[in-house]
Design a binder for this molecule. Structure first.
Ligand code: SF4
Length: 482
């Protein structure tokens, strides 16, 4: 099973407007994304509505995360002390490269050439599977959605439901082909049974596991993962060696904080009152679970985000994906258009900060700023505020002499003078004439503009200028004395 193929990386992916144009043409994908996000949103609204103290819970969640991030250095060291005392080994990784080297070396030292993996966006972020493959280690995803993505040689498009863009028929085709099951039935139960049989053999055979983490608990040195299928629990308990890769932003100060976040997360993520499987493990225990336990704590630009007073709230994210389901832009384009494993509103603010901004300059603009993401965020991250902050940074990064800034300056000069504005309108009407195409209802549209202006028509059509402006109509009306 190869994990090779294109990866979602802003350094190599097309920009958002270009990629979005392509995904918008895929009507099946749009239908799948719309349907799935609608179902999850409705479920979420139902279970959130049951909670009379939801807003208070959100506020508690915000405070818990803000406190942990403001004291991150202290709590990470506390986590290291307590985890080590319980028999775990903590490794520190400055960036993705270092994390990959550490994990690869640990897997090799475990004597295994295969690993089972439980869903981890952090390992997706650093493309760990490719690094393992290059080192001769085969990785098997065990989260059902991640397995679909891996077998389909695809990329995740949602942080909670990575295969949200696939419908049941497409998943069946993937399983038939990759598991060699020509007789596979169509019912969800048939697909679940096929996945169970496929994975059970891996659970029983592979002796090394790589996991992510939903939370790191400083007070106990414990790690927490929540999931719906129980496949994660198999990875966390059956192998001899367990390697957990976690971003340093996953830390919580106290065990009791789970009381709040474990109410907020499942409701916001999948509309469940509680995750069916909640695993919390601390170090190693003789005769119970893995004999070796490692935690790789990875920075990968998170401390830089922390240092940015306005962008820092991004780190409060508990990866529930509610903002993706609520976002009118994501619901049209799906996740791949974002060119990053983090898609939707959270991707639009997290990716440009984790990767260098100049590789993801279009992402802060991939939003209508409607605020739907802010409204649903269980820890009250003000995503529109961070988007504006990042847009400011993009403008500064491009410098005062970039063509867009010069065009805006020229537009400003035109708008400041009525005479210039009227002249520009007249000139525009003459200039557009050869470019206008009429649609079926006789409306004029421009699908191509030359030079810098082509940036607009590359991703959207422009309406023909009206034959008569409001001012002209008003003046005529006045002269007629009506
Ligand atoms: S930003 Fe908020 S809504 Fe979006 S994934 Fe993170 S916690 Fe969930």
């Amino acid at each position: 099973m190869s994990t090779a193929g294109s990866v979602l990386d802003p350094k190599t992916s097309p920009t958002f407007p270009i990629a979005a144009r392509a995904t918008l043409e895929d009507t099946q994908l749009r239908k799948n994304v719309r349907h799935a996000t609608e179902v999850i949103q409705n479920k979420r609204a139902r279970v959130v509505g049951e909670m009379p103290d939801w807003q208070e819970l959100r506020e508690s969640g915000r405070q818990i995360r803000e406190h942990a991030m403001a004291n991150m250095d202290f709590y990470l060291e506390e986590f290291e002390r307590n985890c080590t005392r319980a028999g775990g080994q903590v490794h520190w990784a400055r960036d993705g490269e270092e994390a990959k080297q550490i994990v690869t070396a640990l897997v090799k030292a475990s004597g295994s050439s295969e690993v089972i993996k439980i869903k981890s966006m952090t390992t997706e972020e650093i493309h760990l599977n490719l690094a393992l493959e290059a080192a001769g280690v085969r990785a098997y995803e065990t989260d059902l959605a991640e397995l679909i993505i891996q077998l389909g040689h695809d990329q995740p498009s949602h942080i909670v439901v990575p295969a949200l863009h696939k419908n049941r028929q497409q998943i069946r085709e993937i399983f038939q082909r990759e598991m060699n099951l020509p007789e596979l039935g169509e019912k969800p139960q048939d697909l679940a049974d096929a996945a169970r049989r496929f994975l059970r053999e891996k659970f029983l055979r592979v002796k090394t596991a790589v996991s992510g983490a939903n939370f790191l608990i400083a007070e106990t040195g414990g790690v927490c993962i929540v999931e719906s299928e129980g496949n994660g629990r198999m990875c966390l308990t059956l192998p001899d060696t367990l390697i957990t890769v976690a971003g340093i932003d996953k830390v919580l100060s106290r065990y009791q904080d789970l009381e709040v976040v474990l109410q907020l997360l499942p409701r916001s993520a999948t509309g469940e009152r509680m995750n069916p499987y909640n695993s919390i493990w601390t170090g190693v225990h003789a005769g119970d679970g893995p004999k070796n336990f490692h935690v790789v704590l990875m920075d990968n630009a998170r401390t830089e985000v922390l240092a940015d007073g306005e962008g820092r709230q991004t780190l409060n994210c508990i990866r529930c994906g509610a903002c993706q389901n609520a976002c009118p832009v994501y619901r049209q384009t799906g996740g791949h258009a974002y060119g990053s494993v983090y898609a939707g509103p959270i991707g639009a603010i997290l990716t440009p900060q984790l990767q260098q901004l100049h590789h993801a300059q279009t992402l802060p603009y991939a939003s209508s700023l409607c605020g739907a993401c802010y409204e649903v965020c269980p820890v009250k991250i003000n995503i529109p505020e961070v988007l504006i902050h990042l847009r400011n940074k993009v403008v500064k990064q491009k410098g005062p002499l970039n063509p867009e800034a010069l065009a805006m300056k020229a537009a400003g000069a035109i708008f400041r003078s009525e005479r210039r504005f009227r002249a520009a309108q007249r000139l525009g009407r003459i200039a557009e004439t050869p470019l206008v195409r009429k649609d079926g209802s006789g409306e004029g549209w421009i699908g191509w503009l030359p030079g810098l202006l082509g940036g607009w028509t590359q991703v959207r059509d422009l309406k023909e200028m009206p034959k008569e402006t409001f001012r002209e109509w008003w003046e005529k009306r006045g002269s007629r004395g009506n």
